[in-house]
Design a protein around this ligand. Structure first.
Ligand code: FE2
Ligand code: FE2
Length: 240
């Protein structure tokens, strides 16, 4: 059943946003839901984050600066240098105050959808990636690969998008917001840790002398369950 809150928000955005921004918004909401299905996240929360992520993008830079000042929304040096970044923070404010969203996960995802941030939640990553790969996007050359990667490894897709954006900004000598750099470094750390973990797991599986290696036969599977050995090893690693 279609949620009435979603219908109302969609109706309001259709009136307020220009047709291209509105189409992009629908594309992001749709992609957020698809990624939420893949990564087992709440579909409705993902849709709301997608629908509202650019709700403040209808204002020009000067208006956004004034609105943020008036609402006492703190601004970073990077945002003062490039006020277009403010549509994310201001959008979170509108989502809460005008569209009645009180879910902090949704508000945070909207707030960091342009730059990313350290310690991104699953919804932060879903929205960040969906904004880049939604079906209406066509300019980035690596889009087909990025779209595929998003449904295989969300962290790696996030990192690839961040690196690609940073590379582009560097090539244009554009001043880069420190949050973007920190977000990328944090995501690189997460991806590298995951890859190291996977490499250890592969080595252990191929090492016949590994103390954790146990002969698998019908009897041991019956006794231990199919995933006992790999699960217990993963748990052991996580504890260190
Ligand atoms: Fe945006
Ligand atoms: Fe967007």
């Amino acid at each position: 059943m279609m949620n009435t809150q979603v219908l109302e928000i969609r109706k309001s955005l259709k009136k307020k946003l220009d047709p291209f921004r509105f189409e992009h918004t629908l594309g992001v909401a749709y992609t957020c839901q698809a990624l939420a299905m893949r990564y087992e996240y709440d579909l409705q929360k993902a849709e709301l984050a997608g629908l509202l992520h650019d709700c403040a993008k209808r204002f020009d830079n000067e208006t956004m600066l004034l609105k943020c000042q008036k609402r006492e929304i703190p601004m970073t040096d990077g945002e003062l240098r490039d006020p277009s970044l403010l549509h994310a923070k201001l959008g979170a404010w509108y989502a809460r105050e005008k569209y009645g969203i009180d879910d902090q996960e949704i508000l945070t995802a909207i707030e960091c959808h342009t730059t990313g941030k350290k310690d991104m939640s699953l919804l932060d990553k879903i929205l960040y990636v969906a904004d880049y790969i939604e079906p209406g996007r066509y300019k980035a050359s690596e889009l087909p690969a990025m779209r595929k990667l998003a449904f295989i490894d969300l962290d790696l897709a996030c990192l690839s998008i961040m690196e690609s954006i940073l590379k582009y900004l560097e090539s244009t000598n554009c001043p880069i917001d420190t949050t973007t750099i920190e977000a990328c470094a944090d995501m690189r750390r997460i991806v590298e840790e995951k890859q190291a973990d996977k490499a250890i797991s592969v080595r252990e599986d191929n090492d016949p002398t590994s103390p954790t290696k146990e002969v698998t036969n019908v009897e041991s599977v019956k006794r231990n369950g199919k995933n006992r050995r790999s699960r217990s090893r993963r748990e052991k690693r996580r504890r260190h």
